[in-house]
Write a protein that binds this ligand. Sequence first.
Ligand SMILES: [Zn+2]
Length: 66
Amino acid sequence: MERPAQQPSDPRKSIGVHMKCCHVYVYAHLNAAGNAYVAWCPKCAKQVRLEVVAEGGSSSRFFEAS
Ligand SMILES: [Zn+2]
């Protein structure tokens, strides 16, 4: 099966993340491999990585990054 490689505006590929370091809310985007969401804190440039849970994990689309 082939799927388009670029779907920049697909809302399913981003999740909200609360950056606890600077108390800001950002969106993390699914990486190219599709196995993790990545985001950067806009204030201190810290990178966060959230592994994609295939099953059984949280169904929440909101996460906190410490
Ligand atoms: Zn920060």
